[in-house]
Write a protein that binds this ligand. Structure first.
Ligand SMILES: NC(=O)c1ccc[n+]([C@@H]2O[C@H](COP(=O)([O-])OP(=O)(O)OC[C@H]3O[C@@H](n4cnc5c(N)ncnc54)[C@H](O)[C@@H]3O)[C@@H](O)[C@H]2O)c1
Length: 415
């Protein structure tokens, strides 16, 4: 098959490589010249795709900014961003742009699959009308399906191939085409009756995580007031062999999905006179966490008779989760902004993030970031962080990830 992938990011690039490895000709289309050039050079910008893997499929994977190359593709998969506007409403701009460009090249017999996370109805109400501008009819002249992506950057125990893939087609024939396509790279396909059911299933997964993270985060704030160790509480509850699923508190939610996707559902629900309380409340609690972290750092400094203004705060880990360099919606950015506003001198250490240009900061080695620091805050604990050394060398350590459990020291404070 010849397969087109629109949007070569965290979702699109691994998918492109997987299809190429399965022996198909793949054309990736992206609006970013830089990304296209990098793919053509065999230079990966996604941590889950090592350069060698990208280079191993160089004879079957082409990349371009031109949609024309998709004209004779058997199938086209769309994986463009679905962000929020400044007012936290769905921004379908990239999806509309991709659909409009695709309308110019979509052909009879083609299959178009949307993978971007979005609210129920997007495929049918937005993408299909755009594609039908071509003069062809969806479900008759070409096929359309929706299949949400479940990739979790940095995860190695579950892969694209071993993670079941949910799929809904505009018609039964659309679904069958999509199942046939994805069977090339996925072991198990879960068929649902409509694109809407598939769209909503993805949002349920993300809302579920967001709500449960908010629950333990709120509990962490309560534990702080009550003088109870929240980690001990979570560890104890997690010993129940049924009816409990562990979620850990932390400095707030990051990444492209959890802080964004639930609001797609909340927005759509309003059309049905339905406020989604759980979604909104979870968002509210999770958004509060960076403020709570700044308050916790401030109190810890105060206990050492130091003000925030003029203190050197060493932030350890700024990406949104361990082992990756993804900064999107990272709570560390908010914490840095709030502390800077209060007059703190910020330095940071993150081997995955060489610089934070918006804050005019570059990552420092651990010894230099700890040198002269008044407090070190563990915001994201990358696997190779030398915790013993941090606790030994910093006069004060605030751990927002619970990774120092097992270390007892008078200069150590945990969430
Ligand atoms: N990152 C994740 O872990 C993850 C997981 C599951 C689902 N998703 C969803 O998948 C979708 C894509 O996310 P991502 O993380 O891969 O985003 P990304 O920003 O990493 O990649 C998207 C790519 O699309 C390109 N693009 C934007 N507009 C375009 C257009 N009109 N035509 C062609 N290319 C265009 C961008 O240049 C970028 O390279 C989103 O809806 C996201 O919610 C992401």
């Amino acid at each position: 098959m010849k397969i087109g992938i629109v949007g070569l990011g965290y979702v699109g690039l691994p998918l492109a490589v997987e299809f190429a490895q399965a022996g198909h000709d793949v054309v990736g289309v992206d609006t970013s010249q830089g990304r296209i050039a990098a793919v053509e050079r065999g230079d990966s910008f996604i941590e889950d795709v090592p350069d060698e893997r990208l280079q191993s499929v160089s004879d079957r994977l082409r990349a371009s900014t031109h949609y024309d190359h998709l004209r004779d593709a058997d199938a086209v998969i769309i994986a463009v961003p679905t962000p929020l506007t400044e007012n936290r409403e769905p921004d379908l701009g990239p999806l509309v742009a991709a659909g409009t460009s695709l309308a110019g090249v979509v052909g009879k017999g083609q299959l178009v699959v949307l993978e971007s996370t979005t609210y129920p109805g997007t495929t049918r109400e937005h993408l299909v009308p755009l594609l039908e501008e071509s003069g062809l009819a969806a479900g008759r002249d070409f096929n359309v399906a929706y299949s949400p992506e479940r990739v979790d950057p940095g995860r190695t125990d579950h892969t694209l191939r071993t993670t079941p893939k949910v799929m809904g087609g505009l018609t039964q024939a659309c679904l069958e085409r999509a199942v046939e396509l994805y069977s090339e790279v996925c072991d198990e396909i879960i068929q649902v009756s409509t694109p809407e059911a598939a769209e909503l299933s993805k949002l349920l997964e993300n809302v579920f995580r967001s709500v449960n993270i908010a629950l333990v985060n709120e509990l962490a704030i309560l534990c702080d007031r009550m003088g109870i160790d929240v980690w001990e509480v979570v560890d104890a509850a997690a010993t129940k062999p049924y009816g409990f699923m562990r979620f850990d508190p932390g400095p707030g939610m990051g990444g492209h999905c959890l802080p964004v996707d639930p609001f797609y559902l909340a927005w759509k629900a309003r059309e049905f006179d339905m406020p989604t309380h759980f979604v909104e409340l979870a968002g509210e609690v999770n958004q509060k966490m960076p403020y709570f972290c700044v308050d916790r750092i401030t109190r810890a400094l105060n206990e050492h008779a130091k003000p925030v203004r003029g203190s050197k705060v060493a932030i350890l880990g700024v990406s949104y989760k361990p082992g990756v360099g993804d900064l999107r919606e990272s709570p560390a950015l908010k914490i840095i902004k709030l502390l800077s506003r209060s007059g703190a001198n910020i330095a940071y250490h993150d081997p995955h993030v060489p610089d934070l240009s918006e804050h005019n900061l570059t990552s420092e080695p651990l010894d230099s970031v700890l040198d002269g620091a008044d407090v070190a805050a563990i915001v994201t604990a990358h696997p190779d962080l030398d915790l013993e050394r941090v606790v030994r060398e910093a006069p004060l350590v605030v751990d927002f990830r619970g990774v120092t459990r097992g270390i007892e020291a008078p200069n150590l404070v945990r969430l």
